[in-house]
Design a protein around this ligand. Sequence first.
Ligand SMILES: [Zn+2]
Length: 257
Amino acid sequence: MKIAVVGCGTTGNLIIPKLKGEVFIIDRDIIEEKNIERQVLFEKQDVGKPKAEVLGRKLNLKFKVIDLDHKNVSVLKSDLVVDCTDNLETRFLINEYCRKNKIPWVYTGVVGDLGRVLLFNGDFCFRCLFTEVKGLDTCTTLGIDMSVAKNVAKVAIEEITKMKSRGLWMNGDWVKVKKNETCPVCKGKYDFLEGKRSSNVKFCGSSRFQFKGDYREVKNKYSENVVGDFYVFDDRILVKAETIREARKKLSVFIGV
Ligand SMILES: [Zn+2]
């Protein structure tokens, strides 16, 4: 069974090593010193390297260091998607892709001392449950309780194991979400597959801001991805900064605009 896992942070570190099958991992972020305590598989010498790459090499799994978006979302093509991300926008995208392509997926969420594992198959919809992108607590504001994260990981692994033994599409503990009359996804409107998202993103539990765009020229100027406070990819730059203002300013100086 091919399993795609999105997110190699705290819950990803706990869940990914326990998964059996053809596991493929995706993450967009870089390891920071403060991650090491909670993201149990990362060590001091991994700081500054991409999470997916480090975990992929340690566990001998295929990996991709990408920011999942509407252009690359087809990497999720698999038998099961496991969401270990920390943000709603990516989950909306996962929900739309999985609904459209009839792939079951598992949501794991830890915000403060609240943990949740939800199982979605083609009929049930995450967007019916969570309708607003703004105004919800994220781990940036509440932090993550490690004992809750461990419980969430345990439940998720148990559920995935059960699913595998009885078949992914059997009715069991799947959430039965009441249809939300205003849900765009259930009306066939896939906003996030069509490219909806906020332009700049502050990563959860990270001191980096992401700017999407075509940065191939910038990347070609340097022989490495890492240049001071910047981590340069073809389609995005991560900027280390305290505030979005500072990040913007640093970026404009860096790319010379
Ligand atoms: Zn819906």
